[in-house]
Design a binder for this molecule. Structure first.
Ligand code: MN
Length: 202
């Protein structure tokens, strides 16, 4: 079974004005589709065919650059679409809200830490909210299409929220203003999805 490009869970225009339609069309239809196709090409005929993506990422040090870059790109964008929603924004409730307060002091303090990680990632990459091996929430960032599931990651854990800070994620609408894109992102965060991933990961 080859990996398949997941459908967007909403229309391309659904995240306007925070993320523009054209960016969503290109980002999903070209970039994510490209990572998916290139991942399939990279694993064709190898013993990675039929493995799930989490298993591949957990042992990424054993594979070449094409699997690392495109496997990460495949996984990261799948998470990214799902942790956004046109009905997003606001604040997390329940256990996730309590865990964020416990780990960071407040939701605003979490947003500051996450925004700083996203803004200071030099070049292309991602910022993450993860559940680490101790079951605690932590903010980190990775370069390129790496992620905290990879055995080569400096900070490891299960990502439950992520923001793509490659220029292809924001340049059409925000040009060089990455911080504006990051602050707009919080208006579309799907906290229910993040809470579901938190419950599964901890
Ligand atoms: Mn991207």
């Amino acid at each position: 079974m080859a990996f398949e490009l997941p459908q967007l869970p909403y229309a391309h225009a659904a995240l306007e004005p925070h993320i523009d339609t054209r960016t969503m069309e290109i980002h999903h239809g070209k970039h994510h589709a490209g990572y998916t196709n290139n991942l399939n090409n990279a694993i064709a005929g190898t013993d990675l065919e039929g493995k799930n993506i989490e298993d591949i990422l957990a042992n990424i040090s054993q594979h070449g650059g094409a699997v690392r870059n495109n496997g990460g790109g495949f996984y990261n964008h799948d998470l990214f679409w799902k942790v956004m929603s046109p009905n997003g924004g606001g604040a997390p409730s329940g256990e996730l809200g309590e865990a964020i307060n416990s780990a960071f002091g407040s939701l605003d303090a979490f947003k500051d830490a996450f925004s700083k990680a996203a803004a200071t990632r030099f070049g292309s990459g991602w910022a993450w909210l993860i559940v680490n091996a101790a079951g605690k929430l932590e903010v980190c960032s990775t370069a390129n299409q790496d992620n905290p599931l990879m055995d080569i990651a400096e900070v490891k854990g299960t990502p439950i929220l992520g923001i793509d800070v490659w220029e292809h994620a924001y340049y059409l609408n925000y040009q060089n203003r990455r911080p504006d894109y990051i602050s707009a992102f919080f208006n579309v965060v799907n906290w229910e999805e993040v809470a579901t991933r938190f419950a599964a990961a901890k």
